[in-house]
Design a protein around this ligand. Structure first.
Ligand SMILES: *[C@@H]1O[C@H](CO)[C@@H](O)[C@H](O)[C@H]1NC(C)=O
Ligand SMILES: *[C@@H]1O[C@H](CO)[C@@H](O)[C@H](O)[C@H]1NC(C)=O
Ligand SMILES: *[C@@H]1O[C@H](CO)[C@@H](O)[C@H](O)[C@H]1NC(C)=O
Ligand SMILES: *[C@@H]1O[C@H](CO)[C@@H](O)[C@H](O)[C@H]1NC(C)=O
Ligand SMILES: *[C@@H]1O[C@H](CO)[C@@H](O)[C@H](O)[C@H]1NC(C)=O
Length: 528
């Protein structure tokens, strides 16, 4: 339905654009739509104008930002995050934002603001003390209004040192490779005592000034994909911090005092592995802080390294929705999986062994939470089979499943299919298994994407008519023993993307001589 709405919207827009020689009429229409919004939605909407043109805003970060800004209030039993998500849907419904991508649950994963809408948003936002500056001259202009509340420095392109004196500033957004110099950030931290949101994702910042610890109102720190190597100890004083996003930075260890930030709800951290480790683990978590259990409000914990005490620490963190754990050892797994199994709200889980040989007792994973829909595992299954409660009992709830680096005796597709009717994404990677894989009639009725990669034993794949009725993309890559075209591949009538890459040398010969091409011409993206 969203796609349909978008179609209508695109049509409307094109029509309007061609009919009107200037934008005044369009502006008037959006002005009406804007004034029709409830106040909390107005704030959320205007906020999006701080992002650069055509920027793909992720639902998850928008939600965290709006909550940090105080735009949403808890309604009845709903958390502020749930209310914020509702606001996002409402803005999309009203055509004020457009969906770019959906996720495996059919939720919006990224969205953007149309340029004409954005133009209007910017003009209204000015009255609400939103500003943006990308060089010295505009910054000087901006500073003539001492009441500026929200400042976008996206696309900053000036080396001139500029002191920012904006005492009422609450929000600073600076996304992208060009970024204000260090001195500018320091001046913001010393002049703007009410700062609540500091989003510096992708910027060139390498160090966080110690003075950040005195920003009592700070609720959100975003440093994703910056080159920051450590955080100052002073962040322990940020007692109102909700979100700390240091994903894909070079930070290995959090300051010990991070566990004093009792209100912390989202801790997002990891870094890329170096080349030596990269084959098995392409990203690595941060060390779990001691006394992690103090963070009782925590909803998101991505990604920490396991240790023998982690299971005990997690026992108190029953608000957790997303838990990603790396470096799990065989000794720790029983306690850890038992604790995770008790979390009532768990919805996303990543479990990665310490190395490719470590066998984890996945049979101990029996989640109580029916919300758990996303599971990613990396490492050996101790029993050598996927025949475990997580699939047999819980499989019906799973929508996104990725399993890698394990050695099982069976045909994983045949084993899983009867238990996982709701799966929309399945990825098997680096796996030893039976030689023949069969997708039987009625298997995976909701699956949109199937990835089979580095499956070292598979020499045959059979597809029965009626399997994968709504498959969109099938990616078969590096199956070195697969020497013939999957039998029944022509039954996959909904296929839009088909990749058959790095297979056995006989595969190509058979593909060419048996004339599989004509049967597959309906596939828009075909790569052999
Ligand atoms: C937008 O609408 C409001 C209220 O309806 C009106 O006061 C304002 O002048 C309009 N602005 C523009 C740019 O049309
Ligand atoms: C936290 O704030 C207190 C009081 O201002 C200060 O004495 C202390 O040094 C700060 N902690 C850190 C680690 O900076
Ligand atoms: C990984 O796990 C091992 C064994 O439990 C532990 O000794 C080690 O400290 C962990 N590594 C990190 C970086 O946490
Ligand atoms: C699962 O939930 C039920 C009902 O809330 C509870 O009685 C049971 O103890 C829980 N099991 C675990 C392993 O936490
Ligand atoms: C999974 O699919 C079944 C039918 O195949 C349906 O009854 C059930 O509601 C679905 N569960 C979820 C969590 O979507």
């Amino acid at each position: 339905a969203i796609e349909q709405r978008l179609d209508i919207w695109t049509q409307k827009y094109n029509q309007l654009r061609s009919e009107l020689s200037n934008n005044d009429h369009v502006r008037a229409i959006f002005n009406l739509s804007y004034h029709d919004l409830p106040d909390d939605l107005k704030n959320c909407f205007l906020y999006c104008s701080l992002f650069p043109e055509d920027y793909h805003m992720s639902r998850e970060s928008l939600v965290r930002l709006w909550v940090a800004e105080g735009f949403v209030v808890r309604k009845e039993k709903n958390t502020p995050e749930m209310v914020a998500e509702g606001n996002l849907m409402e803005l999309i419904h009203r055509n004020m934002l457009e969906v770019v991508e959906n996720d495996e649950l059919g939720r919006v994963s990224t969205c953007k603001m149309h340029d004409i809408v954005r133009e209007l948003a910017i003009s209204v936002a000015k009255e609400e003390r939103f500003a943006s500056a990308d060089d010295y001259a505009t910054m000087i202009l901006v500073q003539q209004d001492k009441d500026v509340r929200r400042l976008s420095l996206c696309g900053w392109k000036d080396d001139t040192a500029v002191k920012v004196k904006l005492p009422h500033l609450r929000t600073v957004l600076s996304l992208g490779p060009t970024s204000p110099c260090r001195g500018m950030l320091s001046s913001i931290l010393s002049e703007s005592n009410y700062l609540a949101v500091l989003e510096l994702q992708d910027s060139e910042i390498t160090e966080v000034p110690t003075s950040i610890g005195s920003m009592f109102n700070l609720r959100y720190i975003g440093l994703r994909r910056t080159k920051v190597r450590s955080l100052p100890d002073s962040i322990e004083n940020l007692s109102n911090l909700h979100t700390l996003d240091i994903k894909q930075t070079q930070i290995e260890k959090l300051p010990r005092g991070v566990v004093k930030i009792k209100k912390l709800r989202h801790l997002l951290a990891d870094r890329y592995a170096d080349e030596k480790q990269a084959e098995f683990r392409y990203f690595i978590g941060v060390q779990a802080p001691k006394e992690l259990s103090n963070l009782e409000e925590l909803q998101t914990l991505e990604t920490v390294e396991s240790n023998p005490d982690l299971a005990e620490q997690l026992k108190k963190l029953m608000q957790l929705r997303s838990v990603w754990i790396d470096n799990i050892s065989a000794d720790d797994c029983a306690n850890l999986f038992a604790t995770l199994s008790t979390m009532p709200l768990l919805s996303s889980l990543l479990l990665s062994a310490r190395d490719a040989k470590e066998a984890l007792c996945f049979e101990a994973l029996k989640p109580n939470s029916t919300y758990l829909h996303r599971l990613i595992t990396r490492g050996q299954w101790a029993k050598g089979t996927l025949n475990c409660p997580i699939f047999l009992k819980h499989g019906i709830n799973l929508k996104y499943l990725a399993i890698s680096w394990c050695h099982v005796g069976e045909d994983p597709l045949g084993m899983m299919a009867p238990h996982m009717p709701n799966l929309t994404y399945l990825r098997l990677n680096n796996m030893h298994s039976a030689k023949t894989l069969v997708l039987s009639k009625d298997s995976f009725p909701n699956l949109k994407t199937l990835v089979l990669k580095h499956m070292h034993d598979v020499s045959e794949l059979k597809i029965v008519d009626g399997a994968l009725p709504c498959i969109d993309g099938l990616y078969i890559v590096s199956l070195s023993k697969l020497n013939k075209v999957p039998q029944g591949i022509e039954f996959l009538r909904s296929l839009k993307k088909l990749w058959l890459l790095s297979l056995h040398k006989d595969f190509r010969t058979q593909w060419d001589t048996e004339g599989m091409h004509p049967k597959m011409v309906h596939v828009p993206e075909l790569r052999v």
